[in-house]
Design a protein around this ligand. Sequence first.
Ligand code: ADP
Length: 246
Amino acid sequence: MKRCDVYYGDAHAIKDVSIDLLDRTVTAFIGPSGCGKSTFLRCLNRMNDTIDICRVTGDLKLDGEDIYDPAVDPVQLRARVGMVFQKPNPFPKSIYDNVAYGPRIHGLAKDKAELDAIVEGSLKKAAIWGEVKDRLDQPGTGLSGGQQQRLCIARAIATSPEVLLMDEPCSALDPIATAQVEDLIHELRENYAVVIVTHSMQQAARVSQKTAFFHLGIMPEYDDTDKIFSNPSDKRTQDYITGRFG
Ligand code: ADP
């Protein structure tokens, strides 16, 4: 159970939201802008810790372990719960070093051959190996936007996370790059729980099996994606998906 409240100063941004995210499932967070989707997503790997005025209370567990327990190191947690952001943000380093970064800081490879294998495997899983294998020493920032985003996905999965969080990962991409990332999300689902915030209902319908609808800091409905888009239970969900607001 992942129940939580989030405050920015006095503003109550997330109000008692509970959700059980499923493994090997893509869960989409949809809802009008400013309703708390990103805020809630950031709770799941403690990215809100980096925002001074932000306070998170509740009970968020990963495999039964309270991720807000003071004994949990947020850096270790983020290796288990990876994140991909709206704008591709490769480090100003080589393609190889972008992917090797996490495994290096977490000591996941015992030698260079093992690190090479992790880098190659991650780039393959992110469906970009063929495009970059001959230029691993070149800067990640020199790739196209869609390639940069797939590189960031490779970087996020290089530490073998259990969960991959994606905050509007296609909003800066053209339609072809968007389709490539959506195909990739389908494949990632075989190994990870994927949570994607999207402002596009079409995208949610295409990529997810579960959908959570957010509205003014609460989550009125969470169900199978097919059900949400064909026969929602809550009037607010219905109004949103039929375009009455948002
Ligand atoms: P969404 O992802 O659905 O667009 P957000 O999670 O970004 O919504 O925002 C939810 C609410 O929290 C909004 O009212 C927003 O203004 C507020 N908020 C988000 N980030 C911050 C921040 N860093 N500081 C203060 N308020 C914030």
